[in-house]
Design a protein around this ligand. Structure first.
Ligand code: NCN
Ligand code: DMD
Length: 346
């Protein structure tokens, strides 16, 4: 997407926020990463004291042809079943969205089995009934990748139009840790053994099979291949949609909180398409999935928490929303050394 221009976060607002942090009644730097979170929101909003943003969560759901190889601990029917659970409000992300009063939308970008009309939060933007089996052929056509990217971009526009100042992309897709691992290997130049993990909890035999599948699929990609081609070969519909979502959010000046392993793979693809996107991203947590830390390091992002999560759905990103709120409230509400009459360091 060479025509895709991102705004630059406001460096002067970042510096003013950092100077303000250093006036607050605490030892310099003692709020750790929360200080940087407040300063980064300052740079995104272009003001030294940023407002508390409304959050919007979009969960992208799709299926994966590679599940035919036995790479997941759960049957692919779970993807559609969980979409119904999202509609009924029973999934983890539904609980967290309610807790944090966040807008929640679920977008079907490629669930294999037909879904009944699900009123409320489910949007139908189905590009294909799942991807093809990346162990044998390209997962998607280039046109499918572009349609999924567009579905993600449209979702980000809806979230921003609804007033969101911070975005969360989640996903639901049985089998999606396999394409995610392949994407992370490609974009970070890592060996599959260092990246492929157990996903929903596969045994040693399936883990070895998954690793071989990723190794094999990667041989179809030359180093430095165009990011859209990489997505077509070894990606997924919901992963491409998440990439489009991050890009459109940033284009509109709204940052995203990157969730777990699959989200990191989508962010890497999006950054490869439009360098500089990483300046609009925050990482919520360190996923238990092997290779997640390496993917975040490649993006230059440090996870805020490590809770042993490996759920997906945007749940980790939703869980750090209160930490972001605390970072911003501390930034806006604490007294300064001067206002409180507290002696600053010598
Ligand atoms: O977000 C993560 O870090 C994460 C790690 C492992 C699994 N998941 C979720 O589990 C599903 C993919 O796992 P698998 O084993 O089917 O490839 C998918 O629905 C993801 O939301 C998510
Ligand atoms: C039940 C279930 C719920 C999920 N949510 C995200 N990935 C998931 C995978 C499974 C198997």
């Amino acid at each position: 997407m060479p025509e895709f221009k991102l705004p630059t976060p406001d460096a002067a607002a970042y510096a003013a926020a950092r100077a303000h942090q250093n006036q607050l009644t605490k030892p310099t730097g003692s709020l750790g990463m929360l200080e940087d979170v407040a300063c980064r929101f300052a740079s995104w909003q272009g003001q030294a004291v940023p407002q508390l943003p409304k959050a919007a969560i979009t969960v992208f759901a799709a299926d994966h042809g590679v599940t035919a190889e036995g790479v997941s601990a759960y049957p692919s029917a779970v993807t559609a079943e969980m979409v119904k659970n999202f509609a009924a409000g029973g999934a983890a992300i539904c609980v967290l969205a309610r807790q944090h009063d966040a807008r929640l939308e679920v977008v079907d970008v490629g669930v294999a089995s037909p879904l009944p009309v699900l009123p409320g939060v489910i949007i139908s933007a189905r590009v294909a009934p799942g991807t093809r089996n990346l162990a044998r052929e390209a997962a998607m056509t280039q046109a499918q990748v572009d349609a999924a990217l567009d579905a993600g971009r449209a979702a980000a526009r809806r979230a921003v139009e609804a007033g969101a100042g911070v975005l969360v992309a989640g996903e639901m897709g049985i089998g999606n840790t396999t394409p995610s691992a392949a994407l992370i290997c490609h974009f970070c130049t890592l060996a599959p053994a260092a990246v492929v993990g157990r996903g929903t909890g596969v045994d040693d035999q399936a883990l070895a099979l998954k690793t071989r599948i990723v190794e094999q699929a990667l041989t179809r990609l030359p180093a430095g291949a165009d990011a859209r081609r990489v997505l077509a070969e070894v990606g997924g519909l919901e992963i491409a949609a998440m990439a489009g979502f991050y890009l459109e959010g940033a284009r509109l000046g709204v940052p995203s909180v990157v969730d777990g392993f699959i989200a990191a793979a989508a962010a890497l693809a999006a950054c490869a398409m439009v360098p500089g996107l990483e300046h609009w991203l925050l990482a919520s947590h360190r996923s238990q999935e092997t290779g997640h830390q390496a993917a975040l390091a490649h993006l230059g992002l440090a996870p805020m928490v490590d809770l042993g999560l490996r759920l997906g759905e945007g749940s980790g990103a939703a869980l750090v929303l209160p930490l972001i709120a605390s970072a911003l409230q501390l930034h806006a509400g604490m007294a300064t050394f001067a206002s409180a009459g507290v002696s600053d360091k010598a």
